[in-house]
Write a protein that binds this ligand. Sequence first.
Ligand code: BYC
Ligand code: FE
Ligand code: FE
Length: 487
Amino acid sequence: MSEAITNEALVEVSYDDLIPNNVDLSEDKALRRALEKWQPDYVNWWRDMGPDGFQEAQVYLRTAVGVDKQGWAKFGYVKMPEYRWGILLAPKEEGRTIPCGKHKGEPAWQEVPGEYRAMLRRLLVIQGDTEPASVEQQRHLGKTCPSLYDLRNLFQVNVEEGRHLWAIVYLLQKYFGRDGREEAAELLNRRSGNVDKPRILGAFNEKTPDWLSFFMFTYFTDRDGKMQLESLAQSGFDPLSRTTRFMLMEEAFHMFVGETGVGRIVERTCQAMNDAGITDPYDVEAVRKLGVIDLPLLQRKANFHVSVTRDLFGAEISTNGANSFNAGLKGRFQETKIDDDHQLLNDSYSVLRFKDGAFVEEEVPALSAINARLLDDYIKDCQGGVNRWNKIIEKAGLDFQIVQPHKAFNRNIGEFRDVFVSPAGELMEQAAFDARREAFLPNQQDYDFLSSLMQPVTEPGKYASWIAPPKVGVDQKTGDFEYVKID
Ligand code: BYC
Ligand code: FE
Ligand code: FE
């Protein structure tokens, strides 16, 4: 088939042209050989598991060919399998030192410290695994896009997650020899949602069945990406710090897609309700008849995505977390801006726990609460966009607020894994929770309704009934720009 030919053709091309990079790829023979072996498998994976039905489409994408202002945002039409997945690291900071843990103040490592090799590899593999997983989760969405603008944004997110995988594979292959190459191969072998070879973390095996899920995912779950990358950007292993600092620039766009996506849905719903004279947000039947998404359903979706994403922070109190921080492999959110000794041997941190049938705030050793603290920072970071969604509802004169559920709601990892609480935080018996589950989390009727709304709109400048147009186009393009040429 033509795929094999394409792959060979790609391998023939100069790697400097094919893979924009600032890591002297052309000078590093061993690394080039490893990447040349991995790249055709990657392209095959992309063709099998990437966006279904759009491999030949011309998509108006941004490609990063350098880390400076000129190289960072080059727009143009490209077929996704031919996207140039650059390997780009943030510029080296001369004299950078390890910001935290027991090696604080020592020069940042330019090579893998032997004693932490296994720990570091595990962090890289977990991070790397999420990137292709999200592409797999989103691969069917193109067929039901609400507009060409949204379709293009989906694909931009997808190719950047693909590039994030490249970024991690670069680190594995350059610094971890044979086992790095094996892990790089495994990253292409696991599959989201597959019972035999699932992706590593829970949330990345969930389905992303509709566009509301996609927007909630990019708002809430890509934000876990942001927080974890922020924590790895503090790493004493300098190549990891530089890699993740560049990834964070792309992450901002993913969260923008999520925030504005949900915001445009909220806007459209409020507008349709006002036009129809509906004032009760809970008059769901009337609202759904307008072909828009009712606000209580948005809340249930948020409850789901928020709780599943909080599990990605690991157990609140965690030896793994303590060890990685103490080793200087990862730091806290904005570590260098925190005013303390950055070693935390004598500090404590207050963690919400469930003990003897009640919630209590307990002071625990700060080192063991590294995950708890990042989760707290994440919850704060989530609130801004939620407030902006609520502003839209308030401006429309409707009485409704989207809220983040209680920390213990619907958790499968950590302190609250065995507790049943409502989104508002009331303790419940399991039976009572199960009886209310359909009010707390998206139910079958919700999914059926959403699925009925998911009809593709591919005429330039047109939008599905349930979402408002964006305020501005991509790259200053105007309303009817053809972001994706499908034929
Ligand atoms: N599901 O001490 P524990 C992104 C495992 S998202 C399944 O509780 P630890 C992106 C854990 O692996 C960012 N298993 O937690 C977003 C361990 O297993 P082992 C991804 C889980 O290790 C959108 C055991 O439970 N990056 O980039 O301190 C689109 C006990 O672990 C889960 C990272 O996460 C779970 N939810 O913290 C695209 C950064 N939670 O080793 C991309 C790298 C825990 O005993 N990873 N376990 O078999 C880490 O820093 C840490 O591994 C975690 C967990 C924060 C994930
Ligand atoms: Fe990513
Ligand atoms: Fe992302």
